[in-house]
Design a protein around this ligand. Structure first.
Ligand SMILES: Cc1cc2nc3c(=O)[nH]c(=O)nc-3n(C[C@H](O)[C@H](O)[C@H](O)COP(=O)(O)O)c2cc1C
Length: 266
């Protein structure tokens, strides 16, 4: 098998999933790497073509033990052409539950053949300086692991002459999947004392929940709490100060301290 292009398909508001799939691609040592970033609203993705010379790496964060619903909807538009793929979820050191199985099933239904899978750790989107949750991950060791994983994927593919001979993988998870929680109507907000109205936050919002009038307005119905706006804000004016979420952050910081390791399926 000869792979000419690695296509990275990811949804990654706080960029940890992006770092993980880039590490895996780096380890595969294939020159042509294409990014298909589904984080922002995207058009015409159904027009992207895939062939047997491509290898696709899907990278998704875990939200409440599942793939974010918005990301799943954006993913379902792709049509693989018997294209080999790796499926990767990135979670904030609590648990990934049904997310890897859900991502595998979406990939298979869309015409891809998953031959490798992994669950990696990324700093939790809710992590704060004073209440860290998997702070700084993926770190150097995690990235080295992604690269080694990329190398072993390439070895697996190259050992076989045709696609059908390559063994597909099983991954943990339950179907029916964990029940999605009803939207909380909670949203990130802006401290107007600190905000400079630079409008950077709106440029990274996956749901276009942020607009501007005399001040920054966030649509609670659209916000998915991904925290992309908090990470990008140059003056740290964006904040998550909804009481139940603050409780959750405290709980996660206290109960998810023990660093988890990546789980690889190949
Ligand atoms: C709404 C929401 C729900 C999340 N649910 C989980 C979860 O169930 N388990 C977990 O370990 N991490 C959870 N996380 C943390 C993310 O999976 C983690 O931070 C991931 O690295 C984010 O990926 P990104 O940097 O590509 O956006 C959640 C984050 C958000 C925003």
């Amino acid at each position: 098998m000869n792979i000419k292009t690695v296509k990275l398909i990811y949804f990654s508001p706080t960029r940890t999933s992006k770092k993980i799939v880039e590490g895996i691609a780096h380890g595969m040592n294939i020159k042509n790497i294409e990014h298909i970033d589904l984080t922002l609203p995207c058009k015409d993705t159904e027009k992207i073509k895939f062939s047997n010379d491509d290898f696709v790496i899907f990278g998704m964060p875990v939200y409440r033990g599942r793939i974010p619903a918005l990301a799943a909807a954006r993913l379902e538009k792709f049509k693989g052409g018997e294209t080999l793929a790796a499926i990767v979820v990135v979670y904030g050191n609590r648990a990934y539950e049904d997310a890897l199985l859900e991502l595998k099933n979406i990939a298979v239904e869309s015409g891809f053949k998953p031959v490798a899978a992994g669950a990696f750790i990324g700093e939790h989107s809710f992590s704060k300086k004073e209440l860290p949750i998997a702070g700084g991950r993926p770190d150097k060791k995690d990235i080295a692991e992604t690269e080694a994983f990329g190398k072993s994927i390439l070895d697996k593919i190259q050992k076989n002459k045709n696609i059908d001979a390559i063994k597909q993988i099983d991954v943990p998870g339950n179907f029916p999947y964990k029940q999605g929680v009803a939207p909380s109507k909670a949203a990130a907000s802006t401290d107007n004392e600190v905000c400079t109205m630079c409008e950077t936050c709106a440029t990274v919002c996956p749901t276009e929940a942020i607009t501007y009038e005399d001040e920054v307005i966030t649509d609670n119905d659209k916000c998915i709490l991904c925290c992309a706006c908090l990470r990008i804000c140059p003056t740290e004016a964006r904040e998550l100060i909804v009481p139940p979420i603050l409780e959750k952050i405290k709980w996660l910081s206290e109960n998810c301290k023990e660093p988890k390791k990546a789980e690889l399926f190949i």
